[in-house]
Design a protein around this ligand. Sequence first.
Ligand code: AMP
Length: 280
Amino acid sequence: MKILKKIIDVLELRNRIYSKNKILGFVPTMGALHDGHISLIRRSVKENDYTIVSIFVNPTQFNDKNDLENYPRTEERDIKMLENAGCDFAFLPDVIEMYPESDNKIFDFDGIDMLMEGKHRKGHFNGVAQIVYKFFDLISPNKAYFGKKDFQQLAIIQLLVKKYMNESGIEVIPCEIVREEDGLAMSSRNLLLSEEHRKVAPLIHKVLKDCSNKYNDILPEEIERKVISDINSNKLLKVEYFEIVDNSTLLPAANIIPGETTGCIAVYAGNIRLIDNITF
Ligand code: AMP
């Protein structure tokens, strides 16, 4: 696997790949890799001639300075994991390489960036869009892989390509959520959980799964109340929001329509913020 740090090297690589008419898959990550990331990378390796993975903790998507500073960084281990997964190129730029000057590009996502995560993390999705736009523009992948774990982010990226990069032909590939054996959605932030919070965190998925199995004929607001109260009943967990939304508009769903409705949740386990979702 080749490690690249500079934009110029990526440009050169991309031109080489395209002059040979090869297909390039791209997986953007913030590192502290786990099997959720690896599932995206393996899929890209399978479906493309070459795979490039970026590891970049993107400052513009953090609305909380402490969160950015404390975000786990495990570069050496990440590189070994990428090699084992069959990745061809790892792109690890410095902040100054990606943001030579402060970036003021503002995207208009028709309001879907203001819902749920956007309501609680001001400016988050604009920051995500800034970096993904830069990466897409630079790398021009044929396919780009994103996890459904970040349900709203996936919707934003799909809209980013449709609205701002329609000519690029980049295909956004949604990938299933990978979980720990006890059901907790894999996340780099799980590394930051204390032992006692790690123990109780699987309750989030358990409650979501129970509600999706049992409450199909109950109104969404009632399910929302029950999920929030079941999770909050554990004193170590605190729900920030749980919203049942229509998959295409991300607006509150009037009714549950199987396959078209998703419950999205953010929960604090101590001061670590975890997100998850379940499609009914
Ligand atoms: P991150 O490093 O958290 O920015 O994640 C990079 C990519 O991996 C995003 O597309 C995430 O949605 C995806 N991802 C993170 N966790 C999981 C998981 N547990 N299962 C599947 N995909 C994931």
